[in-house]
Write a protein that binds this ligand. Structure first.
Ligand code: G6P
Length: 366
């Protein structure tokens, strides 16, 4: 009811603003990297695996895609990420030394549960779930688990469940890296420090809300939008586009920025807002030339730039500055700004934000 919402207009907005706290909760008690955080016997399981298969649906699939970038780069273990409803029905090549990871807010999604059973049926017994509901079927069915502590998520469009999944998946990344001999004590300490600082860093992104509201008024008048990201921010572009579609009903598509010239550039006109995730990482110069490609066709750029990325606003280029580049954990910061953009665009259009048409919070039937 209204009392529960406090100063917020919708559960989605409240849940976006809860993220500093629930990420802190999810990482509470993590004083060092220890396999047993994932359950009894985790060390023995992690020792035996040499590849990872992630299975999920919807927003949870996008956290899995982000984790692929992390695990391959930090732990040097190959990762496949599959949409559960595809994986369960296709012929694939199983390997017994696979860590099968399901990701699910509810722990009850029918396709993800079926994909897990399918993987087991193919002889893959090492199973782990990243899940927000400790009593769910998913947790019962998997050998290992890490419970995110997002709390109850009411808004159909997932927000805090996603970022807590990312926090848990980063912890998994570090754990696999340590077991694989890829994590020095100095690196471990630096990563833990960055994780502990996440609540403060996210709060700084939430403070950008007034600037994002100003953009949302423009967005509310559009029928299409493109989202661009590169590297580990490509899945964040996908999630940003999904959020906008789900609650504002604006058609949105995400592309890895380097693919622009292979199709989506044909859609770019003055009428096309192009949301660009511009972290100050090794791809920033490439991204700037992608932005030029958009400007040359008259496209309107809406750029979320790290404060140190030296991208300036100008004709057709709108910039909101995030805090300084947050390294590997940067996707967790950038997605928060996209959640706010979707929320305020939907608000301006007057849609039913917490209960978008045709969608359900948990899809327990096929
Ligand atoms: C539904 C929800 C999404 C969610 C997806 C997967 O489509 O509306 O927000 O991402 O299911 O749900 P799960 O509970 O498995 O994460």
């Amino acid at each position: 009811g209204a009392a529960e919402l406090g100063p917020y207009r919708h559960y989605m907005q409240k849940e976006i603003f809860e993220q500093p706290r629930v990420i802190g909760d999810t990482l509470e008690g993590v004083t060092g990297i220890m396999p047993e955080l994932f359950g009894d016997g985790a060390y023995a399981v992690f020792k035996q695996i040499d590849r990872v298969l992630i299975l999920a649906c919807g927003t949870s699939y996008y956290s899995g895609l982000t984790a692929k970038y992390w695990i391959e780069s930090v732990a040097k273990i190959p990762v496949n990420v599959e949409i559960a409803s595809e994986y369960r029905y296709r012929d694939s090549v199983p390997h017994p030394n696979t860590l099968v990871v399901t990701i699910s807010q509810s722990g009850e999604t029918a396709d993800t549960l079926a994909a897990l059973k399918h993987a087991r049926g193919l002889g893959m017994e090492h199973t782990l779930t990243i899940c927000n509901v400790a009593t769910s079927a998913m947790v019962r069915e998997c050998k290992l688990s890490y419970i995110t502590r997002a709390g109850v998520e009411v808004g159909v469009a997932s927000t805090k469940a996603f970022t807590t999944q990312l926090a848990a998946l980063f912890l998994l990344t570090l754990t696999l890296a340590q077991i694989n001999g890829r994590l020095s004590e100095e690196e471990e300490a630096a990563h833990l420090k960055a994780m502990r600082h996440l609540p403060v860093a996210i709060a700084a992104v939430l403070a950008l809300e007034p600037q994002i509201i100003a953009w949302a008024d423009d967005f509310a008048r559009k029928e299409n939008a493109l989202f661009l990201g590169r590297g580990m921010h490509y899945p964040i572009a996908l999630e940003g586009a999904l959020k906008l579609k789900e609650i504002s009903y604006i058609h949105a598509e995400a592309y890895p920025a380097g693919e622009l010239k292979h199709g989506p550039l044909a859609l770019v006109t003055e009428e096309m807002p192009v949301v660009t995730i511009a972290p100050n990482d090794s791809l920033i110069e490439k991204l700037k030339s992608n932005m030029q490609e958009v400007r040359a066709r008259g496209g309107q750029l809406y750029v979320f730039a790290d404060v140190d990325s030296r991208i300036t606003s100008g004709e057709g280029v709108h910039v909101i500055r995030l805090p300084e580049h947050y390294g590997l954990l940067s996707p967790i910061l950038h997605v928060v700004s996209l959640q706010l953009l979707a929320y305020h665009s939907a608000l301006a259009r007057g849609t039913d934000v917490d209960k978008p048409r045709n969608l359900a919070k948990s899809v327990t039937v096929e």
